[in-house]
Design a protein around this ligand. Structure first.
Ligand SMILES: [Zn+2]
Length: 189
């Protein structure tokens, strides 16, 4: 009887121990970090307290700021009518990471699937639009309870659903440069 139990258990144990290694080695760092982010969001209720503009700004680092530049270049530095979206995600290791959502080729909007580990949404506005978060942006931020940032040629703005205010974070294109962020990030820590 004991033998039967062992035989039934062993395949399951092998799968459980092999799965994470397989994921990291073969799927690559992006996929493993995304799956980590999903995992943490399911178990981490304190995520809600991270979803305010001041905290989100304190997480910005060079890779996150670089993802803003990539998103901005993709929309022709604001000359195209398309928009780009970058999500700021909380990762399983306690860090924060930008997830660039690529291109959808939509006119002045961007449709994407909500990611549960999101602590903020950052998106471009075309040069022909208002640089501030618009009504639809505010509705998304209020619904998902995350701050929504705009990155534009006339500054970076944020709408924070915790105090329902829109504030200017950076002037003009200053948000493209990590050197300009240093003082602002320190102030929010
Ligand atoms: Zn917008």
């Amino acid at each position: 009887m004991k033998r039967v139990v062992l035989l039934l258990l062993s395949p399951a144990l092998v799968l459980a121990s092999a799965a994470p290694v397989h994921c990291i080695n073969i799927a690559g760092s992006l996929y493993s970090s995304l799956s980590n982010a999903v995992e943490v969001s399911r178990t981490n209720a304190e995520l809600v307290s991270k979803r305010n503009a001041d905290f989100v700004i304190s997480t910005f680092d060079k890779p996150i700021v670089d993802s803003f530049s990539t998103a901005w270049r993709r929309v022709g530095n604001g000359t195209l009518s398309e928009e780009s979206v970058v999500l700021i995600l909380r990762m399983a290791n306690g860090g924060y990471s930008a997830r660039d959502l690529g291109q959808t080729h939509e006119h002045k909007k961007f449709t994407f699937r909500w990611h549960p580990a999101t602590i903020a949404i950052v998106h471009t506005h075309p040069n022909s639009s208002s640089p501030k978060p618009q009504e639809e942006d505010l509705a998304v931020a209020d619904k998902y309870r995350v701050p929504i940032f705009t990155i534009t040629s006339r500054g970076m703005y944020v709408y924070d659903p915790t105090n329902r205010k829109i504030t200017k974070v950076m002037e003009n294109l200053d948000w493209l440069e990590i050197s300009k962020w240093k003082g602002i990030i320190a102030k929010h820590q």
